[in-house]
Design a protein around this ligand. Sequence first.
Ligand code: ARG
Length: 421
Amino acid sequence: MSEKEIAVLAYSGGLDTSVCIKWLIDELNLDVVAVVGDVGQEHSGLEKVKARALASGAIDCIVVDMREEYADEYLTCALATNALYENKYPLLSALSRPVISKHLVNVAHQFGAKYIAHGCTGKGNDQVRFESCVLALDPSLKIIAPVREWDLHTRNEEMEWAKEHGLEVPTTTAKPYSIDDNIWGRAIECGVLENPWNEPPDDIWEMTVSPQEAPDEPTYVEVEFKGGVPCAIDGKSMSYLDVIYKMNEVAGSNGFGRLDLIEDRVVGVKSRECYEAPGALALIKAHQALEDMVLERDLLLFKLGAEQKWAEIVYSAMYFSPLKVALDAFFDETQKCVTGVVRMRFYKGNCDVVGVKSDYSLYDYGLATYDADDSFNHDAAKGFIELTTLRNRVWSINRHKMDAIPEQMADVDSSVDEFSK
Ligand code: ARG
């Protein structure tokens, strides 16, 4: 066992976090254990990432396959809540931080480490999320954010510093974008995208083809849900994780799932973000359509408001918070009857729900039809309208009375008399 204190670092294998390892060792005299979370990101091979961590001076590098856990414990909630921050962003980065944080804390406990470090900048949401999640899970841990503390402002300065400190870093020129990705989607920012007037260049997209290049024939897919969780595609049972992979492929190859938006960060900055989340956005659409069929109206309308709150909480780094836990209990209850099949059509950038069926369907043909089988009680409508409009009519008469010019008062008074009979 080493004499030095240990810092557990969230490691990606890129320049920033490799320099972080060396900086923690040289500047703070710490030993570093790197943790690589596999959440389904495009990577150049996790063994290579591990080798780079060790070459940068880490005493150990733990690679954890978090994909199944991420899908089953975090992305099930994301679907139950149809989670879209500001009604658009499916929270793909925000949702991965809690599961990564949980494993950082586990490794810290395993190694008796007092510190947790991350490579986030001082301007984004992710620093807030990592720190908030880690401290909610173990308030005794201390956070170190080297990128926020060091005075290496450009990639070149980082490369220089690395060279001076004997650290081998990839010599390839930096990609012009900042990317974060996992099975729920891919976030692309920086470079030319920082001017919101610039159309996103074609080379930023990887999970989706452009609608122009998509096939000329539609693709149909049937997604089956059990208790709110997708469990089969086209009749073939599979894990939720595999459903997500499959939907990424189907939706992405049909050009569906690109977003280009301005987003409100927690630190008060508006930023321009491009995302591609083909599977996530398609599954949310399917899930919403099934809920429309099986959830009673008051519950559905109340849920819509609660969904926005949930997305705001998760975006704002409060994943492990009492309000989130309480809301989850509510959402769990709503999902019990979200069982059924949704038929979807993908075609040149579009995704449409074209059929829904469920044993728990509240859609009643007899009540809905305008044909001969109609079982709806039309006579009841008259009394229903009479009472449901009563309070507004009382209010309206009162307002007319207040606004009326004196010569019209007689008319208003007589209608009030008529009304109170
Ligand atoms: N703006 C998004 C969020 O805060 C995505 C951040 C992704 N990070 C990145 N390096 N591109 O959740």
